[in-house]
Design a protein around this ligand. Sequence first.
Ligand SMILES: Cc1cc2nc3c(=O)[nH]c(=O)nc-3n(C[C@H](O)[C@H](O)[C@H](O)COP(=O)(O)O)c2cc1C
Length: 207
Amino acid sequence: MSDQAIAITPNRLSLSDDGLALLFTESRTPRRFLPLPVTDEDLHAIWELTRWAPTGHNSQPMRVVFARTPEARERLLPHLAAGNDVKSKSAPVVAVLAYDTRYHTHLETLIPYNTTLQGHYETNIEERRRKGIFNATLQCAYFIMAVRAVGLAAGPIGGFDRDGINAELFPDGRYESLLVVNIGHIDESALRDRLPRLDRELTVSMV
Ligand SMILES: Cc1cc2nc3c(=O)[nH]c(=O)nc-3n(C[C@H](O)[C@H](O)[C@H](O)COP(=O)(O)O)c2cc1C
């Protein structure tokens, strides 16, 4: 180890136990929300965090629609699976996270030193789609953690009719929905016991 590496180590930052609990160990997925407001400032703060997390080629292919009025939420409910609609109905905000099928058109700005990438993806549609969905899905995970980081609860919902939501929100076909996320203040009285997580012995190898 070089002297420089040793000098840097004491400055290493990490979250407090409360921060770790908020993001990972204690946060739960809500089944019902309290009737408390979520502000547009909260939603802006969620996005402001999400956008800094890393993506391949800095491509940032995820897009967000926040449905934060009763009318906007009502448009989504018929497209959610039975049981999920009840959860979203109690959420003050329902976010639809989508993938921009033409995300590559921003690469000139997002990674200006790579002068061939945008053109490459214009013609290599299958690769563009595969990498775009992969990176947008990563951003979905960052988004969930950002919701938790601002002190709200995130309820991801994968059980919904993608074609239905796409037709409702993205009729021109450019964006494709990936995940619905309910956002609000958790009603802990509606929680079930927490499900187990896999042990390190099963999931992690050290080579
Ligand atoms: C991609 C994804 C899809 C999910 N889809 C649904 C869903 O359709 N309906 C639902 O009630 N919960 C859904 N969940 C919530 C999970 O079941 C829940 O986060 C998990 O059981 C952990 O719960 P906990 O955070 O309370 O420990 C989904 C979660 C993720 C990340």
